[in-house]
Each structure stands twice: as C-alpha cells, then as structure tokens.
Design a protein around this ligand. Structure first.
Ligand code: 5CU
Length: 372
C-alpha cells in the first residue's frame, strides 16, 4: 500500500514550562489569573481586552489547560489528526514585554527548551525560535547567531511591533541582515490587533471574535505593508517571510495597496524591474509576494486558500492548525472542527498535487525538514 503523503503543521503553538513560570510570576498582562473557584483552570490573560476587571475572573481571557503546555498532549492531537510532524512556536505575546536586560536570558532559556523538546521526538517536532525583541539589536543578532547551534530550530517567530516601532524601523536592519544571511524564515504572527475603541462599547459581549477574526488579520496586513513600503525587501531581497492566517488580508488587498502606491505623488517615479515606470519600492508588490512571501493556510475557507495560492503560488502555501487555540467548546472531542475546516479548505479547493504540496511538501522544502 502506498504510504500517505506527509501532513506538516507549521502553525502550532506551545507555552513551554519556563514561559509558564514567567507568566505565573506576573500580575500585569500577560499573566495567569487563578479564579477563586476550587478546581477551576487558571485563565490566560494575554490580550489587553482580557484584563477587564469589570468581569468576574472566570470570564476573563480563556481557560488554559495542558494542551497549551504539555507536548504529550500536542503529540496526541497530532496523532488524532494524522499530522506527521509539527513546527512548534512560542505563543503570543512572546518576549515583547520583558525589560531589555531580561529578554536575552529568557530567549536562550525558551529556545533551549524548544530544542530539547524537539530532540526527544526526532523527525516529529521542529521549532521556530523566539527573539528577545526588547533587547538591543546586537543582543538580538547574538541570539540569531546562536540558533545555528540548535539543530531543530528552522526559523523564528516574530510579532508585528519589532523593537517597539513596527517592522519598517531602520533599527531592525542588522536583524533582517542576520536572518537573510542565515536563510532563517521569519514566521510573522499578530498579537496586538487594532485599537479596542474600534470594537465599540459592546465589545466584551462578543468575546474574542472581533480582535481575532478582524484585528489580527489587519494587524498582520499593516505590518507586512509597512515592511514592503519602507524597502525592507529591496535591501534584503533574499529574506523569507511566512505570514500567519494566509497573510491576514494581503491576498485580497494587494491590488488596492499597489494601486494606492502607484497614485501616490509622495513617491518619486522610477523604473521597476520590468523597465516600466513605477512608484514606491524598487521591487513591486507582486514580485515580493512571489519571491519572498510564504502564507499559511489557516484561513478556514476554500476561497481564502485559493486567494493565497493565486498570490504566491501553490508551492508557497503551508498547512497549519493554530493548536491549541480554537479547541471544540465541548471538551473530549478527538477531532477538532477548526482543524478539519482548514484541512478541507485545502483539499476541497486544490488538485491532488496542490493539496500534497500545501499539506506537507512545501513545509519540508522551505524548512528543510527530515521526516521519518
Ligand atoms: O488565531 C491565532 O493564531 C491565535 C493566537 O495565536 N493566539 C491567540 O491568543 N489567539 C488566537
């Protein structure tokens, strides 16, 4: 019997034990809240909207159970969903909130823990490392260099705020240069969403729906667009950027972004790579999407996967689950509807070759995974 093609999950998070001890020691966001009720799970308070003291503790944030922290639970989840290998990453908000002095120490500890975890399940687990973004660029580059000694680390996860001023900050240049030189893919992931005033006074009635479904994708779209507009991909043309949630809204809005640039007098006219008159960055948005951008397939619809494929090609879209987020609300179900929706969105809208590539082949190629 022919063996099943590999399924690789590149969007799957964990809070390693070192990070949990850090959250436990804190009382401001991000932190763990312990409700008074006996036996109740601690609550994970990571989004600014989670810290609403007008709500009772058991309604704030979300309950955190072993699926967030225990690699054994993730391995069981993988087996239930026929996932061959996973590329795990620290979940948000990473180390963004630490002092410049504390960041490097925690980054080393967490990256070492990720490496150790992956090394115990050879061929099944790989990881995106985390960077101490509150530290100096020199300290950050030092950690990027050190990652070469951790064989299961195949890229880094990055939030949208960079050193505090966003991803168009020129102070990030030495970090882009180091990541480009090492050919370490960057997994760009949102956390901060949009200003909560946009969600209105009734936002808490809707739980996490507005920040997660709309805030996250817009945050990602803006972060990438700022990188492109500021010429990051002109200066670092070999940078590899894997963008979460199928690029937020990038596939849908790319035409509008491009058209706004072409009609913006602020940008001087120049000849682009095709010898045509253009404005804005040297390398066009389409060229950057085609050369530098990979998108995950965590978009929960065939339409979304097709848009991603249309913009970056089927060879650069990668399956993910977002585990442990979006579990079934009734405990105990072995199969998660969120995962099956993403799986069906790939297989339902792509031919056989496209599905195989998206489900596993593209991750193996981009991240150089050696699968058992
Ligand atoms: O949708 C997601 O990716 C997430 C995530 O990563 N973290 C989170 O807090 N909620 C949803």
């Amino acid at each position: 019997m022919a063996s099943e093609p590999p399924v690789i999950d590149i969007h799957t998070h964990i809070y390693p034990s070192s990070y949990i001890s850090l959250l436990r020691s804190r009382t401001t966001v991000p932190y763990l809240l312990y409700p008074f009720e006996k036996g109740a799970s601690p609550r994970l308070i990571i989004l600014p909207s989670d810290d609403d003291s007008s709500l009772p503790p058991e309604s704030r944030g979300r309950p955190i159970d072993p699926s967030y922290t225990d690699i054994g639970v993730k391995l069981k989840f993988m087996s239930n969903h026929h996932i061959t290998a996973s590329v795990i990453s620290l979940a948000n908000p990473w180390l963004d909130f630490l002092s410049p002095k504390e960041g490097p120490k925690w980054a080393r500890m967490i990256n070492d823990e990720l490496e150790f975890t992956c090394s115990r399940d050879q061929g099944k687990l790989w990881a995106f490392a985390t960077l101490p973004l509150s530290a100096s660029p020199l300290d950050i580059v030092t950690e990027v260099d050190r990652l070469q000694t951790l064989p299961h680390i195949r890229g880094i996860i990055l939030g949208t705020t960079g050193l505090g001023n966003g991803l168009d900050d020129p102070n990030l240049d030495s970090i882009w240069a180091a990541l480009e030189e090492k050919q370490l893919p960057i997994f760009l992931h949102p956390h901060y969403g949009l200003p909560s005033s946009l969600y209105g006074p009734r936002a808490s009635e809707y739980g996490h729906v507005l920040p997660l479904s709309l805030g996250f994708p817009m945050e990602t779209t803006i972060a990438f667009t700022r990188m492109w507009l500021s010429g990051v991909f002109d200066r670092y043309p070999k940078l590899k950027l894997l963008i979460a949630h199928s690029g937020g809204t990038i596939p849908f809005l790319a035409g509008r972004i491009d058209s706004c640039v072409k009609h913006e007098r602020h940008f001087p006219e120049h000849s682009n790579e095709y010898g045509e008159k253009s404005r804005g960055p040297e390398r066009s948005l389409d060229r950057v999407l085609f050369d530098n951008i990979w998108l995950d397939a965590v978009v929960y619809s065939e339409t979304g996967v097709r848009a991603a494929v249309d913009k970056v090609s089927y060879k650069k879209v990668l399956f993910g689950t977002d585990h442990p987020f979006f579990p079934p609300l009734e405990g105990g179900a072995e199969k998660w509807a969120s995962v099956e929706t993403n799986f069906d969105a790939v297989t339902g809208g792509q031919d056989n070759a496209g599905s195989r590539a998206i489900l596993g082949g593209n991750a193996i190629e981009l991240l150089g995974l050696e699968i058992n």
